[in-house]
Design a protein around this ligand. Structure first.
Ligand code: THU
Length: 136
C-alpha cells in the first residue's frame, strides 16, 4: 500500500467519526509492516475529556489485535493545513512507533505533509526513562 492509498483509507473514516459536539471529523489509517491497515475515527462523548482521537482509535485497534510492527500512519481532517496531531496522540505514537516512522498528515484539499514521530515529538518521555527512574 502506498502513501496515497493510506491517506485515502484515512479519508474514508471521516464519515464514521462520531463528532456531535465538535463537528470536527478526523480520520486515521495505520499500516502494519505486513501490510494490514487499521482505520480509526475520532469518537466523542458528552463527558468531553473521554473523547478519543482518530489516531489513538487506530493505534489501539491495532495494538489490541496483537500488532506491534508499524510502517506508516495517515491522518486527515477538513483543515486548511495538514492536521497537526494532538500532544496525547504524539505521546502514544512515540510508545509504539519508531522515531523515524512516517506520519502523513493531510488537509481538506489533500495537501499531504510527510513527517516523522521524532519530528512530531522530540525529546519524548520513553519507557527507558520510566525504567531508570523507578524506586528500588
Ligand atoms: N482530534 C483528533 O481526532 N485528532 C487530532 O489529531 C486532533 C483532534 C479530535 C478530538 C475531538 O474529537 C476533535 O478532534 C476536536 O478536538
Amino acid at each position: 500500500m502506498n502513501k496515497d492509498q493510506l491517506v485515502n483509507a484515512a479519508k474514508d473514516m471521516l464519515d464514521r467519526a462520531f463528532v456531535p459536539y465538535s463537528k470536527f471529523p478526523v480520520g486515521a489509517a495505520l499500516l502494519t509492516k505486513d501490510g494490514k491497515v487499521y482505520q480509526g475515527c475520532n469518537i466523542e462523548n458528552a463527558a468531553y475529556p473521554v473523547t478519543c482521537c482518530a489516531e489513538r482509535v487506530a493505534i489501539f485497534k491495532a495494538v489490541s489485535e496483537g500488532e506491534r510492527d508499524f510502517e506508516a500512519l495517515a491522518v486527515i481532517a477538513n483543515t486548511d493545513r495538514p492536521v497537526p496531531p494532538c500532544g496525547a496522540c504524539r505521546q502514544v505514537m512515540s510508545e509504539f512507533f519508531s522515531p523515524d516512522m512516517s506520519v502523513y498528515i493531510t488537509s481538506k484539499d489533500m495537501e499531504v505533509k510527510s513527517t516523522t514521530v521524532e519530528e512530531l515529538l522530540p525529546f519524548s518521555f520513553t519507557p527507558e526513562d520510566l525504567e531508570k527512574g523507578r524506586q528500588s
